[in-house]
Design a binder for this molecule. Structure first.
Ligand code: GDP
Length: 452
């Protein structure tokens, strides 16, 4: 890690400026060797300098160079950023010059990885950098910023602190029984403390469901028999002709997807091939996909028509949907009604629409908001864990806490309980990257864009 790395940090393509970032002990010296203007090795930290990038005597580009000395930099190493003109050719040329001078091309995410390994940011914060880059809504960005500024980290740190205090207390009791002024960690004292930690973890796990909605959006599948108007609904919601609407049954051969933003929340909508028995091979694949989606989606819009009686498949599907987030969308209300859904009202939220006359769409979006309680999700104070991996780890920690509680009830010796507590402490550490495996870290950082 003591070599000096460089990468183009701005998006590839033509722009007004491009930035090449260099980090490492030799970054100032290396840039200085291709810079004409002043001696960068003599300038104060956090200053910007005008000059030219040169290849021997040949001027390559007119640039502004920022010099930031260790430790107050993103990676905590010496960092130099070259702001050059934004042509792809020129930017690459400058990078090549650096590489010829013994600087190594950074791996994807390596700047952030260095920031993490040098202790400048923890794993949660590092993950949030990627979330900021890929944010599609304000709420996504805000949540990532909260994670970056350490709100979530400090929550986990506090939990760990509480556990380490208990552990320390137990250790002292075991190793130095002669210190009578130190409170003995009895089962009675342990009980309320464990309850407190359990409540906090349960709370954040509950909240994290909202975090998932904000980060990943609500995966919504439109399902129903051929010709009920699924593609028409998707088009209407997306406001474009992405799905093909035709009158021949089974034209939505495969799934068609799109995204809409509903009050700042992302809805990924998928129009599926009609669910029905079919002999057509291509369509069959689509039908299989639809059934799979049933299990993966966060929300199912099950569509039927007002002018068609429910058939056996509809009834079966609706029965299967009872325990899922779903809406029974009754389309074509511009046509004569032949159905009575009063017996379905109890188990199925129902919305009546006409995609042809563009009626009822607002009721549908309102219903979605109601089901996910989007109005109640606080988009301002987003201290949620969003990464599925981290959520899984936290769930494991919660299971362990429950084991500890059983141990307490069963009067297990305190040193047995201590083992479980250590494990919980380690699990929480994994979330912020304090007990990490190198492989995991490499995997995480390789997901970053080059130059970040
Ligand atoms: P899909 O197979 O479920 O995707 O259905 P489509 O969206 O392709 O629609 C099938 C047919 O129903 C098309 O001819 C649409 O114009 C028609 N259609 C869709 N919505 C309505 C509606 O609200 N009222 C009426 N009368 N026809 C509709």
């Amino acid at each position: 890690m003591d070599d000096t790395i460089a990468a183009i940090s701005t998006a590839p393509g033509v722009g007004a400026i491009s930035i090449i970032r260099v980090s490492g002990t030799k970054s100032i010296e290396k840039v200085n060797s291709i810079f004409e203007g002043k001696d960068l090795t003599k300038v104060p930290s956090h200053t910007i300098h005008y000059g030219f990038i040169v290849n021997n005597t040949q001027k390559i580009d007119e640039v502004l160079v920022s010099v930031m000395k260790s430790p107050k930099t993103f990676t905590t190493e010496d960092v130099v950023e070259i702001n050059c003109h934004g042509g792809i050719f020129t930017t690459k040329k400058i990078l090549e010059l650096l590489l010829q001078n013994g600087v190594r091309l950074a791996e994807p995410g390596e700047f952030t990885k260095r920031a993490f390994l040098n202790g400048r940011i923890d794993k949660l914060k590092a993950e949030s950098v990627m979330d900021i880059i890929s944010a599609k809504t304000d709420a996504m960005r805000e949540m990532a910023i909260n994670q970056l500024t350490g709100k979530v980290s400090s929550f986990i740190h506090n939990l760990r602190q509480k556990i380490i205090e208990i552990l320390a207390n137990i250790e002292v009791n075991i190793d130095y029984p002669e210190y009578e002024d130190i409170e003995e960690m009895t089962i009675e004292l342990l009980k309320p403390r464990m309850k407190e930690i359990e409540d906090e973890i349960e709370h954040i796990l509950k909240e994290s469901q909202n975090g998932k909605i904000i980060k990943e959006g609500i995966k919504t599948a439109i399902i129903g028999r051929p010709n009920v108007g699924k593609s028409s609904l998707l088009n209407l919601l997306l406001d474009e002709d992405k799905a093909i609407v035709t009158e021949i049954e089974g034209t939505t051969r495969d799934t068609v997807e799109g995204e809409i933003i509903l009050d700042g929340f992302l809805l990924n909508i998928i129009d599926t091939a009609g669910i029905r028995e079919t002999n057509d091979k291509v369509e069959q694949i689509g039908v299989e996909k639809s059934k799979k989606l049933l299990y993966q989606a966060d929300l199912i819009l099950y569509m039927i028509n007002q002018n068609q009686p429910l058939n056996k498949e509809d009834m079966e599907m609706l029965e299967n949907l009872k325990d899922k987030n779903h809406i029974l969308v009754v389309n074509k209300i511009d046509l004569q009604s032949v159905i009575d859904l009063s017996s379905y009202e109890k188990n199925h939220p129902i919305v009546y629409i006409s995609t042809l006359e563009q009626k009822g769409i607002e009721n549908l979006t309102e219903k979605i908001k109601e089901i996910f309680q989007l109005n109640k999700i606080d988009q301002k104070d987003l201290t949620y864990l969003t990464n599925a991996n981290n959520i899984a780890i936290l769930k494991k920690a919660l299971d362990k806490i429950k084991e500890v509680k059983i141990g307490i009830e069963e009067n297990q010796p305190i040193d047995m309980i201590e083992i479980d507590l250590k494990e919980i402490w380690n699990l929480l550490g994994e979330i912020i990257g304090e007990t990490y495996q190198d492989e995991l870290i490499d995997q995480l950082f390789s997901q970053f864009c080059l130059g970040k």
